[in-house]
Design a protein around this ligand. Structure first.
Ligand SMILES: [Fe+2]
Length: 386
């Protein structure tokens, strides 16, 4: 949820009779969050948007199933080793880590979604590690590229058309939805001047008019299961809309990082918030400017959160043995910190070129069998001096 915008034609007031050029009555869709208390969008359809037939669901990714509980340990998963499931995004998602608030998956699609998709279980936030493409919805199209976050609100019909070439996306599904951290907004909802991004940094979906792609099938994910529906006409029949609930992209390199006299905690890098989770962006920046500062993060016991880092590229001052596409998981209950030599070695460092996405989760994360299959078995021992 970003700001309220209007695209295409809308009536002068909510819920009034609104007709097209031929005098046909249009159908208003109220797309709302938190019942009717949250952000909403009103879209005007040529047809009845809820007129669907139940059919068999022929697409959908496999549910996130936790593996049996394992001993407490710091973990490292190498996602480049993950066999690409391929196919369209709706089938290609591979869940790796989960708790009751969030599912973290990897997606490496090689085809366009042949059906429309609606995730009734949560908002989706993609991070495009490699590739790019187009997200199409009744509200319009959104192009995305490498290094973009892509926000897809819960329950919005859409399909994704990946560009040709390799694709690897991190996918975060939040049952409670994603929002921008409240500390970055002023009392009117506008992003504050001292926020780490401005309204101009976000790329919003662009409405281009009703269209018919010839696709009539929709799969809706609800309760972890995909359910099939069929329209009689194209659901991309919106002539205009008005609201604050729509897909958008945010390029991670538009995040305005901060430097302090001494080390700043990750909360300063907070980019998206969710119930029980905070997504932080680490981008190239100058480091702490006190002459005696230790730029490397201190060992810490963050006893209330599981900490995930998805490494994108660059040199990571605190870790060794991780590379692009690595995921580290440092669970609550166990202290974590730099690898041997990294703390001392960081003294005098003035800049970092790291790019990474960090995720703090309040509920413990469990791994799936797919994650365990790509685990670096030596990671826990790697924190000992050798
Ligand atoms: Fe940490």
């Amino acid at each position: 949820m970003l700001d309220r915008i209007v695209q295409g034609a809308v009536p002068r007031k909510h819920h009034l009779a609104f007709r097209d050029g031929e005098g046909r009555l249009l159908h208003e869709e109220a797309y709302t969050r938190a019942g009717f208390d949250g952000p909403y969008t009103l879209a005007y359809h040529r047809g009845r948007p809820h007129a669907t037939h139940p059919v068999e669901a022929r697409h959908g990714w496999r549910p996130a199933v936790p593996a049996p509980a394992r001993r407490l340990a710091r973990r490292h998963y190498r996602t480049p080793d993950l066999p690409a499931r391929g196919g369209p995004p709706v089938d290609a998602r591979v869940p790796l880590l989960l708790n009751s608030d969030l599912v973290l998956s990897l997606v490496a699609p090689d085809a366009a979604d042949p059906v429309y998709v609606s995730n009734g279980d949560g908002d989706d936030l993609l991070y495009v590690f490699e590739g790019g493409g187009l997200l199409r919805s009744p509200l319009g199209d959104l192009r995305f590229a490498r290094d973009d976050y892509v926000y897809v609100p819960r329950g919005l019909l859409h399909r994704i058309v990946p560009d040709p070439g390799p694709q690897r996306w991190l996918a975060l599904e939040a049952a409670g939805g994603f929002h921008l951290p409240s500390q970055w907004r002023n009392e009117t909802g506008q992003l504050r001047m001292d926020a780490p991004y401005s309204h101009r940094d976000f790329r919003r979906v662009e409405w281009t008019g009703p269209q018919d792609e010839g696709i009539r099938d929709l799969v809706v994910k609800r309760g972890g299961t995909f359910h099939g529906f069929r329209f009689d006409a194209s659901p991309l029949d919106v002539v205009g809309w008005d609201g604050s609930l729509y897909p958008f992209a945010f390029p991670i390199l538009c995040f305005q990082p901060r430097a302090g006299l001494v080390h700043l905690p990750p909360t300063w890098h907070g980019t998206f918030a969710a119930k029980g989770a905070l997504v932080c962006s680490f981008v190239p920046r100058v480091l702490d400017f006190h002459p005696e500062a230790v730029p490397c993060p201190y060992p810490h016991a963050s006893v209330d959160v599981d900490e995930i880092i998805f490494y994108v590229r660059g040199e990571f001052t605190s870790r060794r043995g991780v590379g692009p596409g690595s995921i580290s998981h440092h669970p609550s209950g166990l202290m974590h910190g730099p690898h041997p030599g990294a703390y001392e070695g960081s003294l005098g460092t003035r800049t970092t070129n790291e790019v990474a996405v960090m995720l703090d989760c309040h509920q413990p994360l469990q791994a799936t069998a797919e994650a365990i299959a790509i685990e670096d078995a030596g990671y826990e021992e790697s924190f000992l001096e050798t």
